[in-house]
Each structure stands twice: as structure tokens, then as C-alpha cells.
Design a protein. Structure first.
Length: 338
């Protein structure tokens, strides 16, 4: 495969690119290296890729429609995985415009490029946050995701609808993956595990929202990447059993399109997550117990059975193992001795 990976200096994008290259595929990596968080971390992730002959580095904002079209025309990818996005539910309350530019305008650039230069499969990142006000768990792709609670979630829901339109109009096979709380080595500094680890080591209190009653389907990075990798060679087709008078929201009878959850298939208490982190660090956390933040949800839990049925792949790394791997990476990366 020749895979165009957007967000290739990001957490998931860089880890997926490492796996693709190790398996002998070519990667065209697209990233604008913005300063939403520490650019040095992005550079360190990218350094793992630049040593490979089969890696092409493209510094580009996906909202640059002419640049994206030219990149597709020059490199002619067979597959595209869109992982570039303005991330973070809480930041979307402060700067909603950046989410529309990157997540909506940027995705449209990719769809237009795929229209002009056909792909075997376009896989794009959606999010568990699209489930929003839905409280029937575990979340399944067969049920409603029509009530997002943040502009970030709304932008990801928009991606799903845009993909269906282009799949229908231009026969672009599109799969949207709803990621559930990804964590692990090389993770984002704005995410809980990174923030907690840094604060605990520095003997500062951690902010624990919803007074510690949060629940999440924490999914280890290698499980996410394994799922994406296994899916690439399974492009969707139009579903002959689909009925317009009783529509399945996860598939389509008029387009090569599907939506899948990718998560660890289990719901964990945030306080247990913190307990495991304390154990791995050998340090206790000081905690600021705070109310729920606007735009957030109290719990997530994935039913990822559709992904397993399709590919045979099942995420299964327990947090006791995954958090240990993260702590080992963090201490090594920042040169900290236990």
C-alpha cells in the first residue's frame, strides 16, 4: 500500500506510520507541525519516521486545498488515513473556529482530492464524543449519535456525514472510526494521563473532574493502531440489506460507507486509572476534585464487536499494562529517574 497519513507527527498518526513502514508499506506523511502543544515532541515522533526510505515528509495544513490536491496528484496514494484534527473537547469551547478549519475544511480538502484521484479506501478519525447525550451503554454504532455536546464532537459528526455524501456521489470507499480515549507512549500532553503523570512527579495536585466519578473506555495506542492497520484492506461496499425505511446509521445502501467503534470494550473508573498510575510511579497523587466541565460526558464505553467481526482484530490491553508502558516511556523520554 501507499498510504497518505495526515497528522503523521501526531500521537496516533506517527505510531500508525511506524507500523506501516515496518510492514513494508510506503507512507506519505502530512502534518503542519502546529504549536497546539509542544512542537519538540512532534519533532521527536517525526524523527522515528524520517530515517525510513519509504517515508515522504509533507509539511502542509490539510485545509490548504491546493496543496492537498497537488500532494495527491504527485504521490497517488492508494489509501488515506485522516488523523489530522484540532483535538480536545475543552479547547473547542475557547477556539471553535480552529475546529471548523481543520476538522471540516481540512476533511473536505481530502475528500475533494480523493474525488479527483481515486483511493482504494479512505479511513478517517471520528470520536466517541459524537455519542454526546446518549447514555445507553455500551455505545453501539447501530444507535443514535445525533446529540453532540461540543463543537469538537459536532465537527467529527460532520465528517461522518460528509464522508457518506462523497461515498455516495463519487464512489469513494469511506470508513469512519470512533476512537475511545486513546493513551500510551508518545501521547498528547493535553490528555489526562500525560497531565496526571507530570503533575504527580512535580508534586502538584491533579484536576479530577466530576468529583472523580468519570468513566472511560481507555484504549491503548497499539490496539488503536492495530485496528486501523487491519481495517485498511477491508474497504466497505454498499450494504444490500440496508433499508431506507429503517436505516442503519453505521452502513449505507447507497454508498460504500461504514462507521465503526474502536475501543477496549470495557468501562473503567477514572479513580482506578489514577490508582494504577500511582502504583506505576510509586507516588501518591494530590487531587483537586472539580465539577463536570461543559461539553464533557460522564462516561464512555465502546461496543467494538463490529470491528472484530470484520477484521478479527480485538483491542484487549488492560490499563495495568498500558499505563505501565506509558510511565516507562515518559520517564525515559524526559530523563527522569524513579
Amino acid at each position: 500500500m501507499k498510504v497518505l497519513v495526515t497528522g503523521s507527527a501526531g500521537f496516533i498518526g506517527s505510531t500508525l506510520s511506524v507500523k506501516l513502514l515496518a510492514d513494508g508499506h510506503q507512507v506519505i506523511g502530512v502534518d503542519n507541525m502546529n504549536d497546539y502543544y509542544d512542537v519538540n515532541l512532534k519533532k521527536a515522533r517525526l524523527a522515528r519516521l524520517l530515517k525510513h526510505d519509504d517515508y515522504v515528509d509533507v509539511r502542509l495544513d490539510i485545509a490548504d486545498r491546493d496543496g492537498i490536491m497537488a500532494t495527491f496528484a504527485e504521490h497517488r496514494p492508494t489509501h488515506c488515513v485522516n488523523l489530522a484534527a484540532q483535538a480536545g473537547v475543552r479547547h473547542s469551547l475557547e477556539d471553535p473556529w480552529s475546529y471548523l478549519k481543520s476538522n471540516v475544511d481540512g476533511f473536505l480538502s481530502l475528500l475533494e482530492a480523493a474525488r479527483a484521484h481515486p483511493l482504494e479506501h479512505m479511513v478517517f478519525a471520528s470520536s466517541s464524543s459524537v455519542y454526546g447525550a446518549n447514555k445507553h451503554m455500551p455505545f453501539t454504532v447501530k444507535e443514535s449519535a445525533e446529540h453532540p455536546l461540543s463543537i469538537y464532537a459536532a465537527s467529527k459528526k460532520a465528517n461522518e456525514m460528509m464522508a457518506h455524501s462523497y461515498a455516495h456521489l463519487f464512489d469513494i470507499p469511506c470508513t469512519g472510526l470512533r476512537f475511545f480515549t486513546v493513551y500510551g507512549p508518545w501521547g498528547r500532553p493535553d490528555m489526562a494521563l500525560f497531565l496526571f503523570t507530570k503533575a504527580i512527579i512535580e508534586k502538584r495536585p491533579i484536576d479530577v473532574f466530576n468529583h472523580g466519578k468519570m468513566q472511560r473506555d481507555f484504549t491503548y495506542i497499539d490496539d488503536i493502531v492495530g485496528g486501523v492497520f487491519s481495517l485498511l484492506k477491508h474497504p466497505p461496499t454498499s450494504d444490500e440489506s440496508w433499508k431506507g425505511d429503517n436505516p442503519d446509521p453505521s452502513t449505507s445502501g447507497v454508498a460504500p460507507y461504514r462507521i465503526l467503534n474502536i475501543g477496549n470494550n470495557r468501562c473503567e473508573q477514572l479513580m482506578r486509572y489514577i490508582d494504577v498510575l500511582e502504583e506505576k510511579l510509586g507516588m501518591k497523587a494530590k487531587m483537586n476534585m472539580l465539577p463536570m466541565q461543559d461539553g464533557d460526558v460522564a462516561a464512555t464505553w465502546a461496543d467494538a464487536s463490529e470491528l472484530t467481526a470484520l477484521t478479527g482484530y480485538k483491542p484487549d490491553t488492560p490499563i495495568d499494562v498500558g499505563i505501565g508502558y506509558f510511565v516507562d516511556w515518559y520517564l525515559d523520554y524526559y530523563g527522569i529517574k524513579k
